[in-house]
Design a protein around this ligand. Sequence first.
Ligand SMILES: [Zn+2]
Length: 315
Amino acid sequence: MSFMHRIIYLVLLLLAPWTHAAAPEPPPREARRLELPAGGAIDTRASIQFIGTATVLLRFGGITILTDPNFLHKGEKVHLGYGLTSTRLTNPAIDFEQLPPIDLVLLSHLHEDHFDRKVRQQLRRDVPIVTNLRAAAHLKDAGFINAIGLRTWQKIDIVKGATTIALTSLPARHGPAGVAALLPDVMGSMLDLRDAGRNYRIYVSGDTMISDDVTTIPQRYPGVDLAVLHLGGTRLLGLVTVTMDGAEGVRMLQLMAPQHAIPVHYDDYDVFKSPLADFKKAVDAAGLSGKVSYLARGDTYDLPIKTKEANSEKP
Ligand SMILES: [Zn+2]
């Protein structure tokens, strides 16, 4: 980061609130539906496996979703725009080449610690990628023909055989208002996994701070079973915090009031300044330690939801 870069960045920060006068977002379009090709053996697992950064594998009723795929290794750099880079400090639990077949990628935003150059090169061009509108337009230009952009609060039903995951795009803001306007749009997600009439509800925060819009989420989507929280207290230029740190993570826990939570995105890059220990301490102080599972990279959390036998499924 050169001196000039810092100056340019600071000028942009100061101009941001004026250059990005809020254009009201149009209301969400009608719900969409994505039919995934069925076939092959049905994987009856219902679980979340933590790969690293914000990358997890969600398996439910035969659907496998990969979130924010980041498979770079320790020492490799990501570009975060405006000449900013950050170095990876960890390795993913598995390599991209070791991934199981993926039905869908859920992408919160287009920062390289969430969708890296290796993934850009190697991911199948036809895999559906559900993300925000801007990221989808960019990915389509890059040849990902099935990138699907959602407006905030818009819903898509992801259907494979008898399994449905209803995914709703949620507000998220990558830092204070002026700064977030300079960073990629971010989408939070609510995933309703439907299993024999039961809902298992998962909130995935995306890289966000708690904004007024974010505080409305639990009014519209109460009863969260599991929250996957992007933490790290990411600091740009050593100045601006653009993701939740430990204390903000606990405020988010209190806001969403999930049955259970899993922290991710906390120690993988040198711009992540709030270690997991900060969050643990704040969780303990808030009396919430029973609600949090700390997964090491590679660990799997089995979702406490009954899965049906493959051959007993009826629509
Ligand atoms: Zn990030």
